[in-house]
Design a protein around this ligand. Structure first.
Ligand SMILES: NC(=O)c1ccc[n+]([C@@H]2O[C@H](COP(=O)([O-])OP(=O)(O)OC[C@H]3O[C@@H](n4cnc5c(N)ncnc54)[C@H](OP(=O)(O)O)[C@@H]3O)[C@@H](O)[C@H]2O)c1
Length: 185
């Protein structure tokens, strides 16, 4: 059905599994140059990026990449001046991807939480989980809603059919590391 596209999630999380503070801002501890370079390269390699409206507003599409913004304000799938907008309640994911990236390819999914929850149900092909060790964001926004039930992101990914590759250190001094989780065959 959506075989033409491969869904790759990307998140950098704190020790308490958060992607941002409660107000949606990203604390300095979750910003890292090595991770940012890796993340930008991943976006360049993708045919389209799928993200939530708040993330879109916080990170305008200055490079003019293909982008789909999820929002309840969209009517189905809309082409607005800045990019594609999509309301999943009105139109299926296949239609949104077919409009924005008809040839298929890698779809980068940088969240936030509700977008990650949504794509978990569809099925990630890969999830690039970066950890910033020693960083805490008390009361912040967790990467997946299931974190609130006491589950780590690793448990959530394993329960959704993904397996971890070996840990890759991105920045030893800042203790930032990456694990790519891939769908089990
Ligand atoms: N550390 C990281 O790796 C990381 C990852 C992602 C995001 N972030 C940061 O975290 C901040 C906040 O993230 P967030 O999770 O609060 O917000 P978000 O996902 O960026 O945006 C949330 C908004 O997206 C729309 N949305 C999401 N899922 C939807 C669905 N299924 N149907 C309809 N609309 C949907 C809604 O917009 P409407 O209100 O318009 O309906 C919702 O209010 C962002 O500003 C970003 O900078 C960090």
């Amino acid at each position: 059905m959506i075989d033409r596209w491969r869904l790759h999630g990307h998140a950098i999380v704190s020790d308490d599994h958060c992607i941002a503070a409660a107000d949606g801002t990203v604390p300095p501890g979750l910003r890292n140059d090595a991770d940012w370079a890796r993340f930008q390269a991943a976006l360049d390699a993708a045919v389209v990026t799928v993200l939530g409206r708040r993330g879109h507003e916080a990170n305008p599409n200055v490079k003019g990449r293909g982008r789909i913004v999820l929002s309840s304000s969209a009517e189905g799938i809309e082409r607005r001046a800045d990019t594609w907008w999509w309301n999943p309640s009105d139109a299926p994911v296949e239609d949104a991807l077919a409009r924005a990236a008809p040839a298929g390819g890698i779809v980068a999914v940088p969240g936030g939480r509700r977008v990650f929850d949504f794509v978990l149900r569809l099925g990630f092909d890969e999830f690039h989980l970066v950890r910033a060790a020693g960083v805490a964001v008390p009361g912040g926004i967790p990467v997946f809603s299931a974190v609130a039930d006491g589950l780590s992101p690793e448990v959530v990914l394993a329960r959704h059919g993904l397996s971890p590759a070996p840990t890759e250190v991105l920045d030893a001094a800042e203790r930032v590391s990456l694990v790519v989780w891939r769908r089990r065959a």
